[in-house]
Design a protein around this ligand. Sequence first.
Ligand SMILES: [Zn+2]
Length: 336
Amino acid sequence: MRASDLLHPRPEGLYCPPGDFFIDPVRPVARALVTHGHSDHARAGHGTVLATRETLDIMALRYGDGFAGSTQAAVLGETIACGEASVRFHPAGHVLGSAQIAVEHKGLRIVASGDYKRRPDPTCLPFEVVACDVFITEATFGLPVFRHPSDGHEMARLLKSVAQFPERTHLVGAYALGKAQRVIRLLREAGHERPIYIHGAVAKLCDYYRSRNIDLGPLEPATAETGNRADFAGQIVVGPPAAFADRWARRFPDPVACFASGWMRIRQRARQRGVELPLIISDHSDWDELTDTIRDTGAGEVWVTHGREEALVRWCELEGIAARPLHLVGYEDEGD
Ligand SMILES: [Zn+2]
């Protein structure tokens, strides 16, 4: 059978005819398989959703318990029959609960990686290489210019700035699912033991990560009632990037605007957003992680999606690997 008979794009998302399901559909469908909880991949309103326990929990936290007609929890590594196809979920290393989905039928295996990264993340299971015939890769940072520095290096820069400006508050913009918890955990591993103040929009997910035994240390709400402005001097506040543009941010003394994102590699982006201390911390693979992963899977064919498809397609061709862009619409990386 041809690979495109096993999975191909439709307006709703990536469709599997033998299994009659969609992967990460952007419109309501009867049967959805969901790779992870970011809002562009995990939407409410499907008939039934198959995803990891954590992804189902995160969807319920974000959309309420009735987010789907029914749900089924996928156990990592376990084969699940879906119509005539079979599927298996494997860790993707992107955020808590994130998974790649291996779809198999008549001896052909396609792995839809969803979003993924290769470097260690203390808040989720590491990416697992799954041998396959066709590998579907993201390409958010699919240009050779994107080479993320080590997390330790970026955390050291943040803590150095905190020590240097004890009278100012460091406001760290980090997406609510995954990045915020990872930044907090990395700060703990870097030896920062003081309470970290969090915006209300990240509180529920921080609680959930803690319930999954991820130790985030002491967290306090960063609300006006917490105390007066001076209490925040020398402290670190973590919140969604959007919150830092509104009035909420003005309560902090002489804030240092920080943003933890792979996009901070581009100075102009940091400047445009008024970011004083850009932190290059990404939940997506950089160029080397993407190309290493393509080689590691041994795939003879690669489909490239959301991001900079062209450069990665070209790289594959030069490596003698068949490749093409897979034009899926509706994904805008909530958690870069
Ligand atoms: Zn994501």
